[in-house]
Design a protein around this ligand. Structure first.
Ligand SMILES: Cc1cc2nc3c(=O)[nH]c(=O)nc-3n(C[C@H](O)[C@H](O)[C@H](O)COP(=O)(O)OP(=O)(O)OC[C@H]3O[C@@H](n4cnc5c(N)ncnc54)[C@H](O)[C@@H]3O)c2cc1C
Length: 135
């Protein structure tokens, strides 16, 4: 194959184009990456590769990228467990459930406090939903 035949033009500097270009360059093949977006627009894109799964990481490893990316990322543990949050929830439940158990026989609690509490929980849930989606 002549040198000219070994030149490759890669259209698009997304992850696929860049990985391909890197792989080709590592094999000594001249590559020209053509990207439609300008430098400003390209860097201002919404980040879309926040999470990389094992197969992607293996691919990164095969082109020598993993060792450079890993120190800049957060490696998710296989099983994630927040002991403080879980214990806190158990403590709250241990305090609240006996009180509810005791109050459940009182008609005023059933007819007034249960609907009021349900509405309060629904309002709080709605507020957090709106806050997380729009703010
Ligand atoms: C909101 C969102 C979040 C995501 N999060 C993740 C994630 O966490 N992890 C993950 O693995 N994947 C994620 N993805 C998917 C991931 O972004 C895509 O799988 C990946 O970007 C595809 O790469 P690509 O190179 O094929 O295409 P693209 O990333 O779309 O890149 C194509 C490039 O080619 C350029 N181009 C197009 N046409 C031309 C042309 N005619 N001439 C020159 N240049 C051109 C474009 O401007 C673009 O830069 C997410 C996607 C979205 C939308």
């Amino acid at each position: 194959m002549s040198d000219a035949a070994q030149r490759v033009i890669v259209i698009g500097a997304g992850p696929v184009g860049l990985c391909l270009a890197l792989r080709l360059a590592q094999q000594g093949i001249s590559v020209c990456v053509v990207e439609a977006l300008g430098e400003d627009n390209f860097l201002e894109q919404v980040p879309r590769a926040g999470t990389n799964h094992p197969a992607t990481l293996e691919l990164f490893d095969s082109i020598g990228l993993y060792d450079r990316l890993a120190p800049r990322g957060i490696v998710a543990p296989l099983v994630s467990f927040n002991l403080g949050v879980e214990l806190g929830q158990i403590v709250v439940a241990a305090l609240v459930l006996p009180v509810i158990w005791k109050l459940r026989t009182k008609p005023a609690f059933i007819h007034r406090w249960v609907p009021a509490s349900s509405i309060l929980v629904a309002l709080l849930g709605g507020y957090w939903f709106v806050q997380r989606i729009w703010f």
